[in-house]
Design a protein around this ligand. Sequence first.
Ligand SMILES: NC(=O)c1ccc[n+]([C@@H]2O[C@H](COP(=O)([O-])OP(=O)(O)OC[C@H]3O[C@@H](n4cnc5c(N)ncnc54)[C@H](OP(=O)(O)O)[C@@H]3O)[C@@H](O)[C@H]2O)c1
Length: 337
Amino acid sequence: MQKAWCYEEYGSKEVLKLGEFPLPTPLQNQLLVQVRAAALNPIDSKRRQRPIFPSDFPVVPGCDMAGVVVAKGSRVTKFNTGDEVYGNIQDFNAEGKLKQLGTLAEFIVVEESVVAEKPKNLSFEEAASLPLAVQTAIEGFETAKFKEGQTIFIVGGAGGVGTLVVQLAKHLYGASYIVATTSTPKVEYVKNLGADTVIDYKKTSYEEIEEKFDFLYDTIGDCKSSFVVAKDDAPIIDITWPPSHPRAVYSSLTVSGENLEKLRPCLENGKLKAEIDPTGPYKFEDVVEAFRYLETGRARGKVVISAFPSQHFPSLVSCESQHNLTPEMVPLEMSVY
Ligand SMILES: NC(=O)c1ccc[n+]([C@@H]2O[C@H](COP(=O)([O-])OP(=O)(O)OC[C@H]3O[C@@H](n4cnc5c(N)ncnc54)[C@H](OP(=O)(O)O)[C@@H]3O)[C@@H](O)[C@H]2O)c1
């Protein structure tokens, strides 16, 4: 058996409890991954609070993870046991249900197409902080067809997604001028991420900003007010649903290992950095406290969970003895890590 955080009814963070689950068995195209770090996203809270996606209880929350491959299905081609991988496993089946349990568990199964090799220069915690937020951040630029040399106004430069939007604008998409908003204590922090100008939203309203921008990227769902800083023909991206202004286009994300792989050069040369909220990483046993903090809406970068219990002991023995393997499910390789 393995430990995993779960809930059996919708509600506040108090419905979260630590449960025991059988070790999942990888199908032919899947990996069994020993999770070494995970990250929380607002969707994990929203999904726990109300039935956003059809879910069967108990639900194990968590989309993001970094860990070590400990077993693989017979049709896996890209990865081997011992490989360090990371990814967002929020992948749906044809019925619109999540394909597997979430990442706040010691072990998860995941299709190989959904993960990428962890860049060697990143810790498990850094890698786990990235997938969902960076996939979201990229999709907004792509949806807006952002071009090098354009100007960008980012609403919410300090959050999980916003910290990456600022960095991508600077280092990947070549924005000529980057303006981002945040509250007073985080102004210097967002400047250091790469914003040319940081607007303290506690002191300055959108109406007071004279310039107009080629692209408005709103990460907090404030388009009903922020739209005034966009040029008349500028794309406005809102990553919250539903968008709060008729001109705003909702942008979501693509769950794939490929889009993470494309970021490898940027991550390896250190230009794109994982931003972990300084209150963390939280220990696995402190997941409820980590959710409490995330739900304040004040996180700076990502809320990360670390120190999963299984990392203190080998996994092979328990894997082999507890898998109820059928011939088509038999993993080709299993190892101890
Ligand atoms: N469409 C998708 O696929 C997708 C993917 C990921 C996330 N989302 C959604 O996008 C939203 C943001 O996600 P996230 O992970 O970035 O959340 P997050 O990390 O919890 O965001 C927290 C940040 O929001 C900032 N903030 C709050 N109010 C603000 C305001 N009025 N102006 C500027 N900044 C403000 C806070 O900065 P201060 O403390 O300075 O206020 C804080 O740093 C959530 O609603 C999430 O569900 C959608």
